[in-house]
Design a protein around this ligand. Sequence first.
Ligand SMILES: Cc1cc2nc3c(=O)[nH]c(=O)nc-3n(C[C@H](O)[C@H](O)[C@H](O)COP(=O)(O)OP(=O)(O)OC[C@H]3O[C@@H](n4cnc5c(N)ncnc54)[C@H](O)[C@@H]3O)c2cc1C
Length: 325
Amino acid sequence: MTSTIEQHDVLIIGQGAAAFAAALYAARYQMRTIVIGEMFGGETATGGLIENYPGYPEIDGYDLMLKFREQAEKYEVPIVDGKVESIDRTAHCFEARTDSGETYQGTTVILAVGRERRKLGLQHEDEWTGKGVSFCSTCDAPLHRGNVVAVVGGGDAAVKGAVLLSKYAERVYIVYRGVAFTRPEAANLRLLEQSGNVERLFNTNVIELKGNDGLSAIVLDQEVNGSTELAVNGIFIEIGADPRTELAHQLGILLNDRDEIIVDKHMGTNVHGVFAAGDVTDAGGDLKQTLTAAAQGALAATAAYADVSEHPEACAVHARGFSLV
Ligand SMILES: Cc1cc2nc3c(=O)[nH]c(=O)nc-3n(C[C@H](O)[C@H](O)[C@H](O)COP(=O)(O)OP(=O)(O)OC[C@H]3O[C@@H](n4cnc5c(N)ncnc54)[C@H](O)[C@@H]3O)c2cc1C
C-alpha cells in the first residue's frame, strides 16, 4: 500500500458533470485542483442519449462527459480514478483517503458524489440501462414516441413520469406493488386521470426483464390480459434514488429529510470550507439534471475560490466555525 500526501486548494470528489464543471472553473481560477472520482462520467455517462443539454441537440452521455473531462484536462487538472473512503478535518485542512491508500489534503472540498438509484434487483437491469431500461423519465421520454412502456413505482415521480410518457408513448402501464399511489401531487394525479392511454397495474411486481441485448418484454407476478408477459419497448424504474451521504456524515454536514446535502445559494454547506454540487444536494428541487449539476459545480468552485483567497496558505485553519451563510 502506498502512502502519499498531496496538498491542494480544492479536493473535488466525483467524476460526473458537477465535478468536471467545478474542476474547469477551479483550474481557471488557478487553484491547485484535483478530481478524485470512482466512476468516470457518473450517471450522465451511462444514461444513454442526451437531448436536453444546450448546445448539443443529441449526444451520447458518455461522449458529453468525455468533452467535460477533456476541457478540464486542458487546464492540466489531475484526475484520479478512485473511491474516497474517508474524509476528515484535521487542525489545518481536510484530508481524504482513497480505497488505494492515497491521501490528499485540501483547503476546501467540493462533494459532487451524486445519488444511487434504487433498483429492482433484476437480471439485466444494469446491462440494459440505456437499452430500454431507464431511471429518468424526464430524460428519456421523448425517445419513446409511439412505443409501449411501463413505469414502475407508485410515488409522485412515477405518476409524473407516466404523465410525461403518455404524451409520447402509445400506451403506458404503471406497475406498482401497492394498492394505491403513495402521495402523488393532486395536479399530477389529475393529469394522469385525463390522459387516455395510461393503465394502472396495482398489487403487481415486475419479476423479470426479457430481451436480447436490450429490453423487449417484462414478466409480471399477475396476469394482464391473460398473460404474465407484457411486450414493452421501455421500462422506467421510478422508485427513488438515495444521495450518497457517507462522506457528508463523516464531516458532520447537515442533510434535509430526503438525505440531500443542504446548501446555500453559493453551494456552501454548514461546514466551513466544504461545498457540494449536483444531485447529492437539495439545490434545484427535483430537477436533477446534467445541466443543473454542471452549473452548481461552477458555483461551488467559485465559492471555494473565494474561501481559499481568504486563506491563501495551504490547508489554512478553518477557524470560523460552522454556519450557513
Ligand atoms: C438513466 C439516466 C438518464 C439520464 N438522462 C439525462 C438526460 O437525458 N439529461 C439530463 O440532463 N440528465 C439526465 N440524467 C440525470 C443526470 O445524469 C444527473 O443529473 C447527473 O449525472 C448528476 O451529476 P452529478 O455530477 O451530480 O452526479 P453523478 O453523475 O451521479 O456523478 C457522481 C460521481 O461521484 C462519484 N462518486 C460517488 N461516491 C464517490 C466517492 N466516495 N469517492 C469518489 N467518487 C465518488 C461517482 O462515481 C460519479 O463519478 C439521467 C440520469 C439517469 C440515471
